[in-house]
Design a binder for this molecule. Structure first.
Ligand code: PLP
Length: 356
């Protein structure tokens, strides 16, 4: 098994987190659990700089995608699509019987605010807009603050997939006006997979209260009622909540500013390193996600060959996604990665690129 992970998730976990997860279990209706739940939610609100409700979901991120549709959209929404995960939102909405207006960009291009404004003017009856903040499949960071401005000006709900952004890019969903913002445990927070977190605005809660047929498992109101008792409606993934609590405590001790500066420093080092090796980004640099880089394969090697040769050398990168499997490969910057790991990875990549 490769020793070093530069994957798109699951990513390498912090050793302290793995240690924490080995603790003996306790009942999810006990005082121990209530304390853990309360503290973790409070820490998450601090981390996200938000007064919005924050729920811990016993599902992967796609569960919250579905929940956001069922709780916040009665009939029609606009989905921005800049890659595979934007497209997943469309499929989830359609599978739930919603009408979707799709705003799709050219591969590698972000959604720009003017285009979104134009599309919203053309479809004034949409209730909500979805945005993929960091499109993991293409290493693309959409300009969320500007897009949020447009969505709020038009009075729509804003649903944001921040799966590969939250924890790696500093932002406050509340300050930006994001109504539903979610991510999974296995990305920038450096935890194992199996849980997702979501922040929900008052407007999104109000909409949820009006909704019929929102199902049982993903009903925000049900989560809200349980939260009053420092609980979740169903059995929560306690080891993952312990792990989340631990990473948030570690960030608190380090300082949020320093934590995000370290993330950004790692991204700068990877970007400089790959450029020095003569590689180019699939996206325009201005819109490159700092948590996952999608790189064009050079003429003499395919993305798959690079991925496989790096694996032989003990480093797992991420393969190019879907149709771009041969033309690209990706380098993740999420979870437990040290600067030393980056130097080693770049050294091995230099070796691989030299081989014919
Ligand atoms: C941007 C984005 N959205 C959604 C998902 C789906 O997450 P999950 O498979 O954990 O439900 C992923 C997973 O990689 C992702 O990167």
């Amino acid at each position: 098994m490769p020793a070093k992970l530069f994957t798109a998730g699951p990513v390498a976990c912090y050793p302290e987190v793995l240690e924490e997860m080995g603790r003996q279990m306790f009942s999810h209706r006990s005082e121990e659990y209530h304390r853990l739940h309360r503290e973790t939610v409070e820490r998450l609100r601090w981390f996200l700089d938000t007064n919005h409700r924050v729920f811990l979901f016993p599902s992967s991120s796609t569960g919250i995608m579905e929940a956001s549709i069922r709780n916040c959209v009665k009939k029609k929404l606009l989905c921005t699509v800049t890659g595979e995960f934007g497209e997943r939102y469309v499929r989830v909405a359609e599978a739930n019987g919603r009408e979707v207006v799709v705003l799709q960009t050219e591969p590698g291009k972000p959604v720009l605010p003017d285009r979104l404004e134009e599309e919203l003017r053309r479809h004034p009856d949409v209730e909500a807009v979805t945005v993929t903040y960091s499109e993991t499949s293409l290493g693309l960071l959409n300009p969320l603050p500007e897009l949020a401005g447009v969505v709020k000006e038009q009075g729509k709900l804003l649903l944001v997939d921040a799966v590969s952004a939250l924890g790696g890019v500093e932002f406050s969903p509340e300050r930006l006006g994001v109504d539903v913002c979610f991510a999974g445990s296995q990305k920038c927070l450096g935890l194992p997979p199996g849980m997702a977190v979501v922040s929900v605005s008052e407007e999104a809660m109000a909409k949820s209260r009006e909704m019929a047929n929102k199902g049982w498992y993903f009903d925000f109101e049900r989560y809200d009622r349980s939260q009053q008792k420092d609980e979740t409606p169903v059995t929560p993934p306690i080891p993952l909540i312990l792990a989340l609590n631990r990473i948030l405590r570690m960030i608190e001790e380090k300082g949020k500013g320093r934590y995000f500066e370290e993330y950004a420093g790692r991204a700068r080092r990877i970007l400089r390193g790959v450029k020095d090796l003569g590689l180019t980004l699939f996206t325009e640099e201005k819109y490159a996600s700092p948590t996952i880089f999608c790189l064009n394969a050079p003429p003499h090697l395919s993305g798959q060959e690079i991925y496989l040769r790096m694996r032989e050398r003990g480093v797992e990168l991420a393969q190019g996604y879907g149709r771009l499997r041969e033309r690209t490969f990706r380098i993740g910057n999420m979870g437990y990665i040290t600067l030393q790991d980056i130097e080693e990875m770049l050294g091995k990549l230099a070796e691989v690129l030299k081989t014919p």
